[in-house]
Every structure is written in C-alpha cells, then in structure tokens.
Design a protein around this ligand. Structure first.
Ligand SMILES: Cc1ncc(COP(=O)(O)O)c(C=O)c1O
Length: 379
C-alpha cells in the first residue's frame, strides 16, 4: 500500500486523476512470491498491467513473463533487444510464455522467428502452429475447476482432461514438441482446493503421457490466480504456498520444472489512484459525489474484473452512506452506491488502494476523458 501523505503530495504536484505505481512494492511482491514458492518460476502476466516501466522493473528483478498478444511480447522483448543473439534466444525460450491458446495466423508468423513457447488446447491450433510457427514449442492448456474464483477463466479455454493425452500425441505427430501442461484456476482464487484439484488432474495426465513415451514433458505451469490481499479474509500467499509445495512434491517428479503466471498478486498492491470531487448532489436523500475517474478509466476493473475498490477520503469527519460516480454521462459509470464518506467539498481528493491489476490496463478514452496520468515512485 502506498502511504496516504505520499498520494496526497503526488496529487498536489501532478494533478488528478492520478495512477501511482510503487516500484519498491512490485519488487517486494516478486520477492515474496519467490520466497514462499522457491521451486516455482514466476512469469508475470503482462495483461494485468502492461506499463513498460512495470515490465522493466520486474525484468530487472529477475521475473519471467507471460504474454498473450504480439504487442505484449514485444513489450517484454524491448528489454532484451541489446542482448547477444544466443542470450536473447535463450531468454525467450526460458523466460517468456505466449499464454494465449488461440493465436491469429499473422501473430504466429511474426512469433516464429523467436522460437517461442506457446499454449494450445485444440486440434485446429496444432494445424495452425505447424503451418505458421513450426519452430514454436507447445504447452497444453487443461480445463480445470475455477470454483469460487473472482474471475472465472475456464469457460473459454482448456482441453478436457479426457482428451489431453490425445492432443499431446497429435501435436507430437505433427512434428511439434509438447514441453508440458498448464492450467489456470481462475483469477483471485481464494478457494485453494482449485489448485489441489488441478494439480491432481495434471499429475494424472503427466503420468499417462510419459507412460505413452512423451518423455519430453518437463514443464508444469500452474497459471495465475494467486489472490491479492484486497481484504482481511484473503489468506496470505504463504498458506497457499504450503499447500502447493506439499502437493507438487507429492505428485510430480523432481525433473519437472514448475512455473506460474502471477499477474494480480505482483501488481495489485503496488498501485493506487487519486481523484478529485468534481460534483456533489443530494438525490433521493442520498449524498452523491462525482469524481474525475471512473469505470471507463482506472476503475474499469469494477466491470471487467468484478473487483471492488473502496473509495477513501483524505478529509476526516463523521461519515454518511454516499454514492460515488465517475465523470462520464453514462449511468454505468458508478463506482459505489454504498461508500461511507465524510462530508466532502468540491476539489477534495479521494483515493483507492490496491488498484494495480486489470484497472489502468483496461482504461478507455470514452466520452473524451483520457486515462489517468501515471506517476512512478521508487523506480
Ligand atoms: C493465461 C493467463 N495467465 C495468467 C493470468 C494472470 O492471472 P492472475 O492475475 O489471476 O494471476 C491470466 C489472467 O487472466 C491468464 O488468462
């Protein structure tokens, strides 16, 4: 969390709406992940927040990367452009995963020269990869339970466990190499049993695949889902890590490399937003505040990420139940109808913490309002 006085000072200096990124917190989050899960190589899911400064800080701190579009791939690639050719190639193979199971032919053509590791989950994709990116390696994405996750990710992608080994065989027959399996248990997964079930499914498939001779299967990618501490009910990473370590040790041979794709966990707590009250009205007995950031902008995660970001005031005083709206003309631009806020004046500042993931990344220019200005601290 970024300290309140710092947020206030930055807003005074730079104006609002403001999106503040604390790079020291990014580094701490990565270090925490590595501390509790030393066997798991973290690939930052760039989609959570693709700001180039964030990618650079995590690159320098030793993260690997999960990208899901060509622009995301190129954003990571910017950091390795200066490396000698072989080191660059090794980096791409060892530290970047193209984790979108569906890739346009032109994306595959552009990616092929980099010999990337890409994910797939169906026969058509095998044909496409073979035709347009024959140098790519493959990870098979499995469909696993996403029960209780804040953001469900299993309805769009994932091979059914029953067809998994046949899909591995089909890719190998097509001359491609399947290096392993991956899954995603759903974003902001507080039901840790999702991971346990997914690991069991993956272990069964690994075993069967290896027994059918697919001994090149050496990677297990446990995806994202690691919950950010949005509230006190979220169990800390160390609790999930204990469970993961036990299950992974029990279910997978030592020669299996384990990777993960944390997005939210690395970036959510590293960013805060500051906005200003630009309007105030009492409607149907309720105090309504209008601020200069909203759901088409930094608060877009309310819609796309099903996330809630409490809006807090710097001003102190007795509070009342208030509604908070964004600056656009759309009624959808509602941040909250139940926010406990003191009596605020026009020009007062408000802020939200833990708003780094799936927020600024999906900010739009709707209604002529640009995304919030970004300020970096502890770069
Ligand atoms: C393929 C893939 N990997 C990783 C992530 C990151 O997940 P999280 O932010 O829950 O860690 C996502 C999120 O949508 C994803 O789709």
């Amino acid at each position: 969390m970024i300290a309140k006085p710092i947020l206030k000072k930055l807003a005074r200096k730079h104006g609002t709406p403001l999106f503040v990124v604390d790079h020291a917190q990014l580094r701490r989050n990565l270090a925490e992940f590595k501390r509790w899960l030393p066997r798991v190589q973290p690939y930052y899911a760039v989609k959570a927040n693709p700001l180039p400064e964030i990618v650079r800080t995590l690159y320098r701190a030793g993260a690997s990367f999960d990208v899901a579009s060509l622009p995301e791939f190129l954003r990571v690639h910017e950091n390795i452009q200066g490396l000698p050719a072989q080191a660059r190639q090794d980096y791409i193979w060892d530290k970047i995963i193209y984790a979108n199971p569906i890739k346009a032919p032109e994306t595959l053509v552009a990616l092929d020269q980099y010999k990337p590791l890409v994910t797939y989950d169906n026969l058509e994709e095998i044909r496409k990869v073979r035709k347009y990116a024959p140098q790519a390696g493959l990870l098979l994405r499995l469909k696993v339970p996403n029960t209780g996750a804040m953001v469900e990710l299993s309805s769009k992608f994932g091979a059914a466990p029953g067809e998994a080994v046949d899909l591995i065989a089909a890719a190998q027959q097509a001359g491609l190499t399947v290096a392993g399996l991956r899954f995603h248990v759903g974003s902001q997964t507080t039901n840790f049993q999702n991971y346990v079930q997914a690991l069991h499914l993956a272990a069964g498939i690994f075993k069967e695949a290896r027994s059918r001779g697919f001994t090149q299967m050496k990677q297990l990618d446990i995806g994202g889902g690691f919950p950010a501490p949005y509230d006190a009910n979220v169990q800390p990473l160390r609790e999930l890590a204990k469970l993961l370590k036990t299950e992974i040790r029990r279910l997978f041979p030592k020669d299996v490399a384990v990777l993960a794709e944390p997005g939210r966990f690395l970036v959510a707590t590293a960013c805060a937003s500051v906005a200003q009250v630009i309007g105030k009205a009492d409607r149907d007995g309720k105090r309504c505040y209008y601020i200069n950031d909203g759901v088409y902008h930094t608060y877009s995660g309310i819609i796309f990420d099903h996330c809630k970001y409490p809006v807090r005031a710097f001003r102190q005083g007795p509070t009342r139940m208030s509604a908070v709206f964004g600056p656009t003309c759309d009624a959808l631009d509602t941040l909250s109808l139940t926010e406990e806020l003191p009596d605020l004046n026009l020009g007062d500042l408000v802020y939200s913490q833990n708003i780094g993931a799936y927020s600024h990344a999906s900010s739009t220019h709707f209604n002529g309002f640009p995304p919030a200005q970004v300020v970096h601290i502890n770069l």
